[in-house]
Design a binder for this molecule. Sequence first.
Ligand code: NDP
Ligand code: 8X3
Length: 253
Amino acid sequence: MNKIVFITGATSGFGRATAEKFAASGYDVIITGRRKQKLQEAQTHLSSRYSSKILALEFDVQNKQAVFSAIEHLPEEWKKIDVLINNAGLALGRDFFDEAALNDWETMVNTNLSGLLYVSKAVLPYMLKQKKGHIINIGSTAGKEVYEKGNVYCATKFAVNAISQAMRIDLLQHKIKVTSVNPGAAETEFSEVRFKGNLEQAAKVYEGFRPLYAEDVAEAIYYCASVPEHVCINDLTLTCLAQANSFYLHKGL
Ligand code: NDP
Ligand code: 8X3
């Protein structure tokens, strides 16, 4: 086996592009997500293109039992996970606090925070056994500055930032690196999901500037995983040229 990377949310966007980047770089890759067909397509594509082994696991990160069962039942040779990328996540709605839907909040908290915790807790024993590993959590600029109508999505990404710091401290003694990667606006399926299939509204988000693309973020994630063993990138924030942070976006660039 080559080095192994485990990527949640690899059926689209950052996760999908990151799977491609790691497979192209000689890693064996565990791809996960809920959409079976997308997973199969990704597995077929990556296996036909690269010599890496690709394993697809279908589960919802919100489902604690499904997460632990999938990870506990990994074939022995796949348990030697070198890098875990906690990427699965979403925003649902863009509404004032008083108008937002409770269901949307619950799904964001259960996915972006609880899901990340379940997957990390399930994978960690394998890293502890190997006395090494690297956990890369995908945060956001939304976890650096809260913006109007971002409320609970921002809160989940602030939590990802806090939990990344906490993991880094607590896992220090086990030689496990923890990195948070915080992208700004990137054109993926993110806005289609946020606006619940309203493609027009989703497209408007990226109008008038050149956003990040999934491949840009995949490059940054791969960079964090490829620095020398004694180096840990704690926190990497990246935006497109047109964006300075959650508030400042200069359309026309
Ligand atoms: P996409 O919607 O393109 O991809 C999201 C991925 O997460 C999909 O593969 C989806 O797979 C998976 N996912 C969502 N919910 C679940 C779930 N409950 N269980 C398992 N998998 C799930 O969005 P991005 O690639 O843009 O987003 C990836 C991460 O990056 C998210 O955490 C997002 O918050 C963050 N982010 C995005 C930014 C952006 O502007 N695009 C900027 C900063 C951070 P499936 O539907 O098959 O389950
Ligand atoms: C996604 C970035 O600013 O669209 O995390 O919320 S933003």
